[in-house]
Design a protein around this ligand. Sequence first.
Ligand code: SAM
Length: 282
Amino acid sequence: MSDQEEACLYIVATPIGNLSDMSQRAIEVLQQVDVIAAEDTRHSGFLLQHFAIKTPSISLHDHNEQQRSETLLEKLQQGESIALISDAGTPLISDPGYKLVSLVREHNIRVVPVPGSCAVITALSASGLASDRFSFEGFLPSKQGARQQALQMLVDESRTMIFYDAPRRLKGTLSDMVEVFGDDRPACLARELTKLHETITTQSLRELLEWVSEDSNQLKGECVLLVEGVKQQKDASETEINRVLGLLLKELPVKKAAAITSSLLEVSKNTAYDMALKLQQK
Ligand code: SAM
């Protein structure tokens, strides 16, 4: 970059499959910076070659991020500009870069995002599920027990939930989701986005599970899973909830009273439980 320009860290999104999604600005920034920090320099080498970008690159991945961030900070302080890229999509979104960005900002050096592809947003935009509010959950734990526990924590989530998953785990994930969210919960499997075999299918969780079990092609490639949030609770008034809880608490323990109130009045289990506890303490 020219000496007059302030050195800064660019966070540059790259395509998640289709190279035509690379923005003109991304190409220009990558050509102009002094160094490109890449998650995997060999992998990114193909992309850089495709766009005739000759800037030298160094690696920044999960295992060297702490130490590498300090080296990169020194370079920025010496006036060099740096671009961060990941293997695909937007850096920091289930990818390295968080330590670097926070360190650089702590030192009051400018961080400039160069937006572009991101699988979570790409999938959401075409899923047909509610997009006004959503919760990005990243990757679920790979062990089944921990995965079920993580899903259980989302049982009352009313926003669309979005998960990244590895194809080899997809069947297990879907079957855990059926168990926790139920057969009929609408969900979307977005596979191979922007690539030749792109498939975006919105069905119930049970139907998705059956589909991927019958067609092993659906277990290949990269995928995003989206699950509709739990239907908004009907607005039972606080007075009504307290009245029902009050009656039930005369005969039942808190947990049971809360569970029945939750089903009867369609309020969340947590809300009913908290209100039952308060009533009991009066
Ligand atoms: N930083 C990336 C982004 O902006 O989306 C995500 C990186 S994360 C390590 C990789 C995961 O993203 C994959 O396992 C998959 O869940 C999702 N993903 C990436 N590219 C995808 C694609 N073309 N189609 C579907 N999912 C994709």
